[in-house]
Design a protein around this ligand. Structure first.
Ligand code: SF4
Length: 327
C-alpha cells in the first residue's frame, strides 16, 4: 500500500464542514463499516449500531494503549464511544437511549478527542476551524506521536483496515471531493488481523460491568457535555478490562480512575511555560481547553495554524519534522 499524505490529514480531522453542500455522499469515515453511521440511518441502509456522539474518523484504542495514555498524563486526549441500537435484544436502556450491550453490559470504544484547531488541508489557502485530532500538528498536518511508542495501532493500520473490509478509504473520499491522488497503491493485509469479533472484547471493545453507573453519563455523552468524572469512569473500566473476557480488575479500575481524574481535573495550565518539567502527555489537557476557549472567542475569524506553537508546543507537545525533512 502506498499513500500520499502531504497536505492531507483527511483521516485525522473532520473535514465534512468544508463541503459546500452535502450531496448525500456517504462520508461515514474510518470505522464506519464496523459501527454504522448516522448517514446510514438517514439513507435507510441497514445499520446495527449508531454512535451516540457525532465524532468523525474515531480512532479506537486498545486496552494497553488506554493504559499507556493514562500513565503518561494524557487522559484528557481520550473519550468513550457508545452506540444506540434499534433491536432491544442487543441493548440496555440507559437515560432513554437503547445502548449496545453484550450480556447486559454496555459496550464502548475509547478513542482520541478532536478539539477545534485552525487547519488548511487539501491545498486550501485559508485555514478553517475543524475538529482535529488532539495529536495532529495544524502547521505541518503531521502526527506529533507518529514515531513514538504511543502511536495507535489503528492509525498505523489505516487505510488498510478499510481496504481489507472492502470499504471506501478516507483517501478515496478526499480524492473524490478535493481531487489529487492520495491512495497510490491499494494493497492490504489479511482481515484476520483486525481485532474484530469476539477477540475484540476487553481488548478494544470494552464492557461496563455496572450499567447503573452510566446513568447520566450516556445523556451527557449524547449532548457533548461529558464531565471529567464521566470520562474517568469509562477510561478506568477500559484500563481494567481483560482481553477476550467480560471481566474487569478492581485494582486496575481504581488505579485507572485515580490517574484519569488526576489529570482530567489537573490544575489549568500547570504545564504552561516550563516545558522542561512537563512529562509526556501533560500538555494535552491544557491545550484542548485553550483550543476550545480560542474557538469560542474567535467568532468568524480563523488564526494561522502556526498558533499551535503557542497552544501546544509551548506546553511540551512534541514537534513534527515538516515534509521537507522527509524528502
Ligand atoms: S494519532 Fe496521529 S495519525 Fe492517529 S488520528 Fe491522531 S494525528 Fe492522525
Amino acid at each position: 500500500m502506498e499513500v500520499h499524505c502531504q497536505g492531507c490529514a483527511g483521516c485525522c480531522l473532520d473535514w465534512r464542514p468544508l463541503l459546500e453542500a452535502d450531496d448525500g455522499r456517504d462520508v461515514g469515515g474510518r470505522g464506519a463499516a464496523r459501527s454504522g453511521s448516522s448517514e446510514d440511518e438517514q439513507e435507510g441502509r441497514t445499520s446495527r449500531r449508531v454512535p451516540l456522539d457525532g465524532d468523525y474518523n474515531f480512532v479506537a484504542l486498545t486496552r494497553d494503549e488506554v493504559r499507556a495514555f493514562l500513565e503518561s498524563g494524557a487522559a484528557p486526549a481520550l473519550t468513550p464511544r457508545f452506540w444506540r441500537v434499534d433491536d432491544e435484544r442487543e441493548g440496555v436502556e440507559i437515560d432513554g437511549h437503547r445502548v449496545a450491550a453484550v450480556a447486559g453490559r454496555p459496550t464502548f470504544f475509547v478513542g482520541l478527542r478532536k478539539p477545534p484547531k485552525p487547519v488548511a488541508p487539501f491545498g486550501r489557502e485559508e485555514p478553517a476551524w475543524l475538529p482535529t485530532c488532539v495529536f495532529l500538528d495544524p502547521t505541518t498536518l503531521q502526527c506529533r506521536i507518529h514515531d513514538s511508542d504511543r502511536f495507535p495501532d489503528e492509525c498505523g493500520a489505516y487505510p488498510e483496515h478499510n481496504l481489507a473490509l472492502e470499504q471506501e478509504t478516507e483517501c478515496e473520499r478526499v480524492e473524490s471531493q478535493f481531487g489529487g491522488e492520495r491512495l497510490l497503491e491499494a494493497g492490504h493485509d489479511d482481515p484476520e488481523g483486525l481485532l474484530l469479533g469476539p477477540q475484540a472484547l476487553g481488548a478494544k471493545l470494552f464492557c461496563h460491568p455496572r450499567p447503573d453507573d452510566l446513568e447520566g453519563i450516556v445523556d451527557r455523552l449524547a449532548a457533548g457535555e461529558l464531565t471529567p468524572a464521566d470520562r474517568a469512569e469509562c477510561l478506568a473500566v477500559a484500563a481494567a478490562s481483560s482481553p477476550g473476557t467480560l471481566a474487569t480488575s478492581p485494582h486496575h479500575y481504581e488505579r485507572g480512575y485515580e490517574r484519569a481524574l488526576q489529570t482530567l481535573e489537573g490544575s489549568e495550565d500547570a504545564a504552561a511555560g516550563d516545558s522542561a518539567t512537563v512529562e509526556d502527555g501533560e500538555w494535552v489537557g491544557p491545550a484542548i481547553d485553550e483550543w476550545h476557549r480560542r474557538r469560542a472567542a474567535a467568532g468568524g475569524t480563523v488564526p494561522s495554524p502556526s498558533i499551535a506553537r503557542t497552544v501546544e508546543e509551548r506546553r511540551g507537545a512534541p514537534e513534527t519534522p515538516g515534509w521537507d525533512a522527509l524528502e
